[in-house]
Design a binder for this molecule. Structure first.
Ligand SMILES: [Zn+2]
Length: 168
C-alpha cells in the first residue's frame, strides 16, 4: 500500500488529537484531521457527555475548529483514526457535516494503527461514495410554480387521497 505525504501528515495530526479524546464512558478514542483546498489544517477529537446523545464526534469537532478559526473553507482530505482494531467509519451525521464543506471528490481516509509499529493502514473513499444523495442546498430550492399553482397542486393531492370508505 502506498501512503501519500498528505495521509502521513494528517495521520500524525489526527493521532495527536485522538490522544486528547474525552471518552470516560466508551473509552473509544477518535481523532480527525483535515486539510482544505487552500492548505489550512484543522483537527479534533471526540468529546463525550454523560447525556450520551450530546456527545460530539471528532470529525464534527475538526470542522468546528476549522470554521471557528478560519471561516468557511473547502475540505480536500480528511483522515479519521480511532482506537480499536478495526477501521473507523464516520457516522451518518458526520458524513453530512463533512459533505457541507466538501467537493464530491473530497477524500475521506480511514486509518488504522498497525500493531507493534509506527505505521498505519488506510482506506480511502470519496465523500460522494460514503454519502450518496446527500441533502444539499439545491434540495431546498423552491419549485418554479406560482402560489396559485402550488395551491392547485395541494388541492389536487388532497382530493386524490383515498376516503375511509375506500380503505381496506
Ligand atoms: Zn459522527
Amino acid at each position: 500500500m502506498i501512503i501519500s505525504e498528505t495521509q502521513t501528515k494528517l495521520y500524525t495530526l489526527a493521532t495527536e488529537a485522538m490522544k486528547k479524546a474525552y471518552n470516560p464512558y466508551s473509552h473509544y478514542s477518535v481523532g480527525a484531521a483535515l486539510i482544505t483546498t487552500s492548505g489550512i489544517i484543522a483537527a479534533g477529537c471526540n468529546v463525550e457527555n454523560v447525556s450520551f446523545r450530546l456527545t460530539l464526534c471528532a470529525e464534527a469537532n475538526a470542522i468546528g475548529a476549522l470554521v471557528g478559526q478560519n471561516g468557511k473553507h473547502t475540505i480536500q482530505d480528511i483522515l479519521i483514526v480511532a482506537s480499536g482494531s478495526g477501521f473507523p467509519s464516520p457516522c451518518g451525521a458526520c458524513r453530512q457535516i463533512i459533505a457541507e464543506f466538501a467537493l464530491p471528490e473530497t477524500e475521506v481516509h480511514l486509518a488504522r494503527a498497525q500493531e507493534n509499529s509506527d505505521g498505519f493502514d488506510v482506506r480511502t473513499y470519496r465523500i460522494s461514495k460514503l454519502l450518496p444523495l446527500s441533502f444539499t442546498q439545491q434540495s431546498m430550492a423552491p419549485e418554479k410554480t406560482d402560489p396559485k399553482n402550488t395551491a392547485e397542486l395541494i388541492t389536487k393531492e388532497i382530493t386524490s387521497l383515498p376516503t375511509n370508505q375506500n380503505k381496506q
